[in-house]
Write a protein that binds this ligand. Structure first.
Ligand SMILES: [Zn+2]
Length: 248
């Protein structure tokens, strides 16, 4: 299994990082975990043709995880994709997404490739992963229902052979994932919504766990930040755009 970090920025746009997206190549098919702005450029940069992507999963619909999707769809159309594309969305966001695409003048009935929008919780039926809910969107539970929207966000566990990778996507804190760590070999962790002391404690408590941080906020770029020191000591990796992780 290979994970390629197409975008590693936090929710704040910066010059040197695209927004969150991870290309997974496992069990013979390439698919995406989230599709933040710049995802299509990220694919082209690592020589992955966008029309080869078989599915896109979206953990939650914050723009830094989903705003690259319309351009990916348009690029597939312009490159004359014909293969179907499955898009897995959080609960309650399918009708909204369809309407948004029409607003972008995307009418897939006129395209050569069909899009199939499905609930994210059905992704496990086709892809080598499972999803579980986290509390990242608890902060909007008081406002979203007034607009007929759920406030649901997910993390992923990707499996290939006997290897497991937990990709937190955005979480509320490390408490969202600890119950899912047993049996996990690699942890791809949100560096924006996690206290660095919790990361230090986790690295000490689970020395066999390989930790890769992404969703990197600007303050972590500072060479004096404790997480930079941990990276220099080889206790974790701070992902950069284009960083590729081979897991055997
Ligand atoms: Zn985010």
């Amino acid at each position: 299994m290979t994970l390629t970090f197409l975008g590693t920025a936090s929710g704040l746009t910066v010059v040197h990082r695209r927004h969150f997206s991870i290309l997974v190549e496992a069990s013979g098919e390439p698919f995406l975990l989230d599709a933040g702005e710049g995802v299509t450029q990220g694919l082209l940069e690592c020589s992955m043709e966008p029309e080869r992507i078989s599915a896109v999963c979206v953990s939650h619909t914050h723009p830094d995880h989903a705003a690259g999707l319309p351009m990916l769809l348009q690029t597939c159309y312009l490159r004359e994709r014909t293969a179907p594309l499955d898009i897995y969305l959080p609960e309650g966001r399918i009708a909204w997404f369809e309407r948004m695409l029409r607003g972008f003048n995307i009418f897939d009935s006129r395209w050569k490739y069909p899009m199939c929008l499905k609930p994210l919780e059905e992704a496990a039926e086709r892809l080598p992963l499972r999803v579980f809910r986290n509390h990242h969107l608890d902060t909007i539970v008081d406002v979203a229902p007034a607009f007929g929207l759920d406030a649901v966000s997910y993390s992923y566990v990707v499996s290939d052979s006997d290897r497991r990778v937990l990709v937190s996507s955005d979480i509320l804190g490390i408490g969202d994932i600890v119950d899912h760590l047993p049996g996990v070999d690699f942890l791809v962790l949100d560096a924006t919504h996690t206290e660095y002391r919790d990361i230090v404690e986790l690295a000490e408590r689970k020395p066999g766990l390989t930790i890769v941080l992404t969703h990197i906020p600007p303050e972590v770029e500072d060479n004096a930040h404790p997480l930079q020191e941990m990276a220099r000591n080889g206790r974790l990796t701070l992902a950069e755009d284009g960083y590729s992780m081979q897991i055997n």
